[in-house]
Design a protein around this ligand. Structure first.
Ligand code: DX5
Ligand code: ZN
Length: 220
């Protein structure tokens, strides 16, 4: 496995009053992607941002937008998020009735399709549609909030998904989201992750610290 993971700062932990500036600062500090958490107060107990904000941020940076949809129903909003600038669009299997149709639609719209595993979601959710997805996102916290503690038991799921990806021969990014810190990042990489989302661990300390924080997640 590559020892240099993709680092995707979650803007959920940024200063929302200066979002554009924060996005530019993490890009300048070496972020590979921007992770954008979309919550509806229904699928998860928190409300964040919608497609208009995604669209407003798009001109601020060149790095890809990794948009994590925590909304239900999800299907009516796929087009709006791709039009707003989502390069990768990830959905939870529990957020719609037909996951296969949803991921196919994301690809048709021109984005990469991701599937997100809640801590209780089984790997079998993607077993029969593995060829139709570009990214798997393992939640190592329950979705809804930043700053929660890493659930170490999810590392076994990362390992299992790594085996499934390798056996499939498909080119799929394996991403971990929640409680990723310089302590837990190496465990994620060892388990087979190729991308790491981090909110608090990137944005703590303010803009002067972002480059050091990102470097620490890559292993120093
Ligand atoms: C939680 C979100 C995460 C969150 C991660 O629902 O999906 O992306 O922002 O935040 P930290 O890194 O602080 O756990
Ligand atoms: Zn997320």
């Amino acid at each position: 496995m590559s020892s240099t993971p993709i680092i995707a700062p979650s803007i959920l932990a940024s200063d929302f009053s200066r979002l554009g500036e924060e996005c530019r600062a993490v890009e300048a500090a070496g972020a590979d992607w921007l992770h954008i958490d979309v919550m509806d107060g229904h699928f998860v107990p928190n409300i964040t941002i919608g497609p208009d904000v995604v669209k407003a941020l798009k001109p601020h940076v060149k790095i890809p937008f990794d948009v994590h949809l925590m909304i239900a129903p999800v299907d009516p909003y796929l087009e709006a998020f791709v039009a707003a600038g989502a390069d990768l669009l990830s959905v939870h299997p529990e957020s719609g009735p037909h996951l296969h149709r949803t991921v196919k639609r994301i690809r048709e719209l021109g984005a990469k399709a991701g599937v997100v595993f809640n801590p209780s979601t089984d790997v079998s959710a993607i077993e029969w549609i593995i060829e139709d997805i570009d990214l798997m996102l393992v939640m190592s916290v329950n979705p809804g909030f930043g700053g929660q503690s890493f659930i170490a038991g999810q590392l076994r799921k990362v390992e299992r998904l790594r085996q499934m990806i390798d056996a499939s021969g498909c080119d799929i990014i394996l991403e971990v989201d929640g409680g990723v810190t310089p302590d837990t990042a190496p465990q994620c990489i060892a388990a087979g992750a190729t991308a790491l989302v981090a909110g608090s661990a990137v944005f703590r300390g303010g803009p002067a610290k972002y480059a050091d924080n990102i470097r620490a997640l890559r292993g120093g």
